[in-house]
Design a protein around this ligand. Structure first.
Ligand SMILES: Cc1ncc(COP(=O)(O)O)c(C=O)c1O
Length: 405
């Protein structure tokens, strides 16, 4: 028993479980995995080394592991309707790095959405290896709409002729137009990579259009809306299977984390069930209901609302920055993160906005009719952000609601 061997860590894990249960967990990249996913993650598969792929390993004793990985691969292919799946990337950033290794030489041009506009570090942002070792050109959102302008993306692509184009990101509240990106990529013979880390669960559950058939390569984490363990996958057309597999191993990684692979397989099985479709649609319904309720209370939402699980709030009109707002909300048991908003005049470590998502609270059982209450709490917290007593009162109300679920 962990509590006998290491009572300190056991107590901390218990404390974290309690903390999570008391919070409205609205960090857009987080979720609550099922007991089944947790069990697979904590299994004896963590003892095994299995460099290579099913049927082609460098170590003995793969009779069971090969079946586990093959199941994960088959389930990923079926769920997302793709030719090939690599389930070994250790997380989202290494999955994207593998794509660079597969298709680009150092110095080649890559195009992605810039980080402050909602893209991800690994789409060519300057501080990332992807921005240092490659020539990155970055597209933005339009200032007046908060949304990507596909004509601007096309002009930039035609002028810069990147070999790889990334679409997707980490703070995009609107539907990604995969067919439009694909048309641009085709025009310049670039590889289109759809990074669906945030929306993979919505895609799997039919609540966001799929990039399958549009993007030659799809990367995703497995732990956000998809509700699996910390991990990632690369999905691709058959013609890129070999180059992707070689990039992941031996190009970038050693042994895969077989316990994670098993947990990914479990999550993919869960995501193929009818209840998951309901979950995915409720995630979006909750986000839309919350966005409406926030708008009614005078909040300024980037792009004016949401089509997915994510809401980005510009707090400038509320005369508070993102960081103190996020800290006050955390005290009130509403957990989210401070975030830059497009064209943010403030510094990244002290930006103007907050970002929140509805995947975790949907898993917890919350429904659209409860979203006005959450908007109300957020509104009250912002108004009373320096009043600890008021924040503690809201924290107690949040705990009371969570206790009824
Ligand atoms: C769009 C996108 N891609 C990649 C990643 C990186 O994933 P990880 O944190 O697992 O490396 C993230 C994580 O937030 C993300 O949002």
């Amino acid at each position: 028993m962990l509590s006998n061997v290491d009572p300190e860590i056991a107590a901390l894990i218990q404390a974290e479980a309690t903390r999570q249960s008391r919070k409205l967990r609205m960090i857009a990249s987080e979720n609550d995995v099922s007991a089944a996913v947790l069990e697979a993650t904590g299994s004896v598969l963590t003892n095994k080394y299995s460099e290579g792929y099913p049927g082609k390993r460098y170590y003995e004793g793969q009779q069971i592991i090969d079946q586990v990985e093959q199941l994960a691969i088959d389930r990923a292919r079926a769920l997302f309707g793709v030719d090939h799946a690599n389930v070994q990337p250790l997380s989202g950033a290494p999955a994207n790095l593998a794509v660079y290794l597969a298709f680009l030489q150092p110095g080649d041009t890559v195009m992605g959405m810039s980080l402050p506009m909602g893209g991800h570090l690994t789409h060519g942002w300057s501080v990332s290896a992807t921005g240092k070792w490659f020539r990155a050109v970055q597209y933005d959102v339009r200032k007046d709409t908060g949304v990507v302008d596909m004509d601007e993306v096309r002009s930039l692509a035609l002028a810069e002729r990147p070999k790889v184009i990334f679409c997707g990101g980490t703070a995009i509240p609107r539907t990604i137009d995969f067919p439009a990106f694909a048309a641009i990529a085709r025009e310049i013979d670039a590889v289109l990579v759809a990074d669906i880390a945030h929306i993979a669960g919505l895609v799997a559950g039919g609540a966001h259009p799929s990039p399958a058939g549009h993007a030659q390569v799809i990367t995703t984490t497995t732990h956000k809306t998809l509700r699996g363990p910390r991990g990632a996958m690369i999905l691709c057309d058959a013609e890129y299977a070999k180059v992707i597999d070689r990039a992941v191993f031996p190009g970038l990684q050693g042994g895969p984390h077989d316990h994670t692979t098993a947990a990914i397989a479990v999550a993919l099985h869960e995501a193929a069930q009818p209840e998951f479709r309901e979950y995915a649609h409720t995630v979006v319904a909750n986000a839309k209901a919350l966005a409406d309720a926030l708008l009614e209370r005078g909040f300024d939402l980037v792009s004016g609302g949401t089509d997915n699980h994510l809401i980005l709030i510009d707090l400038t009109s509320k005369a508070i920055a993102g960081k103190p707002a996020a800290q006050a909300l955390d005290r009130a048991n509403i957990e989210l993160n401070y975030n830059a908003v497009p064209f943010d005049p403030r510094k990244p470590f002290d930006p103007s906005g907050i970002r929140l998502g509805t995947a975790g609270i949907t898993t917890r059982g919350l429904k659209p009719e409860q979203m006005p209450l959450i908007a109300d709490w957020i509104d009250r917290v912002i108004a009373a952000h320096d009043n600890d007593q008021a924040l503690d009162r809201i924290a107690a109300e949040v705990e009371e609601l969570l206790g009824t679920l």
